[in-house]
Design a protein around this ligand. Structure first.
Ligand code: SAM
Ligand code: SF4
Length: 330
């Protein structure tokens, strides 16, 4: 079992497959881009599977692949086939651009829980936010992925003055589809110009916009899954749900069961942790990585890597002492 000093059992691993991406979302990738690591620093396909196997032996039951853009990873088929053999609950977070080339592989290997980023229903706005013109293919692939029976969640990072006027539109769009639209509070990472007063949109803002439009009695709270990071809702009579991930205004650290492995094989025991555990180095040296993993999680802080209150969390001296999101894997 992988357990920390706060008695939280960790059974969920998120693995970043790549630091590169075919979009440049403003809240994720610094404008100037990021210096890419040499290939030798990045986990090889068989290393990803080998390291995952050790996590599974320690009780991991769920693995999500992310990035960068995971569908750009060379050897994705080998990785997915290797992970499928571990009998875990397998999912991926993607921007959908390359989904049409991978539906068969994803289905065949049981990677059917697909979270897709979409920050606007308006083509020009989505293209401006992601600094690329890919809205049409993204939307086409999202609708086809749903049609093909994948379990789809849509991730919308809310930015005040940019897409917060689309909250109701997103809920309306999603309520007629078998999906969950998840609004994510904008989080601070290195180089993403986070300013909560300027750009933050909170759980309360979402609920108040939804309530004003649909009416309080029309919105029902849906029971959250165990260890769910989102608070889930449904407009009565709808197929689709909507949800809010309120990391900034309402952190959910007490039930956290997550660990992250960056593309260069460093474990982060929290999305915001400054310290990292070099799992890849230990794996390459033939060390007992189970001990390395357990020790790395044991020291996990109780809330947001020690940034317990909002003042700490919004202090650049603390929240910028981390990688940019593109190099962590959300
Ligand atoms: N490229 C894939 C994608 O966009 O879905 C996977 C990687 S991306 C880093 C994973 C998730 O992190 C996306 O849903 C993205 O919207 C979210 N994300 C990135 N930067 C964020 C930030 N500053 N605050 C909140 N969510 C963020
Ligand atoms: Fe790429 Fe995803 Fe980051 Fe956008 S959010 S730049 S799609 S990794």
């Amino acid at each position: 079992m992988i357990i920390d000093q706060h008695q939280r059992i960790h059974s969920y691993l998120r693995i970043s497959l790549i630091e590169r991406c075919n979009l440049r979302c403003t809240y994720c990738m610094p404008e100037e881009g990021i210096p890419l690591l040499p290939k030798s620093h990045i986990m090889q396909n068989e290393e990803i599977v080998g390291i995952s196997k050790e996590y599974v032996k320690l009780g991991v039951t769920k693995i999500r692949l992310t990035g960068g853009e995971p569908l750009m990873r060379k050897g994705l088929d080998d990785i997915l086939e290797g992970l499928q053999a571990l009998n875990v609950d397998l999912g991926m977070t993607t921007n959908a651009i390359l989904l049409d080339k991978h539906w068969d592989l994803l289905k065949r290997t049981g990677c059917t829980k697909i979270n897709i980023s979409l920050d606007s229903l308006v083509a020009e706005k989505m293209n401006a936010l992601s600094r690329r013109n890919k809205f049409d293919i993204i939307m086409k692939n999202i609708l086809e992925t749903i049609k093909r029976g994948f379990e789809v969640k849509i991730n919308v990072v809310l930015l005040k003055g940019t897409n917060d006027n689309e909250i109701v539109d997103f809920i309306e769009w999603g309520r007629h589809l078998p999906i969950t639209v998840r609004f994510i509070e904008f989080m601070p990472f290195s180089g993403n110009k986070w300013d909560w007063k300027e750009n933050g949109v909170s759980l309360q803002d979402v609920l108040s916009k939804a309530t004003t439009h649909f009416g309080k009695d029309e919105i029902e709270r849906v029971e959250d899954a165990p260890n769910d990071v989102s608070k889930n809702y449904r407009i009565k009579g709808s197929i689709g749900k909507f949800a809010v991930i309120a990391t900034v205004s309402n952190p959910f650290c007490d039930t956290c069961n997550r660990m992250r492995l960056t593309a260069d094989g460093k474990m982060k025991n929290c999305l915001f942790s400054k310290s990292e555990t070099d799992v890849l180095k230990a794996f390459r040296a033939g060390e007992d990585i189970q001990k390395v993993i357990r020790d790395g999680v044991w020291n996990k802080k109780d809330v947001r890597a020690g940034m317990t209150n909002f003042e700490d969390f919004s202090d650049p001296a603390q929240n910028q002492e981390n990688r940019s999101m593109i190099r962590i894997g959300g």
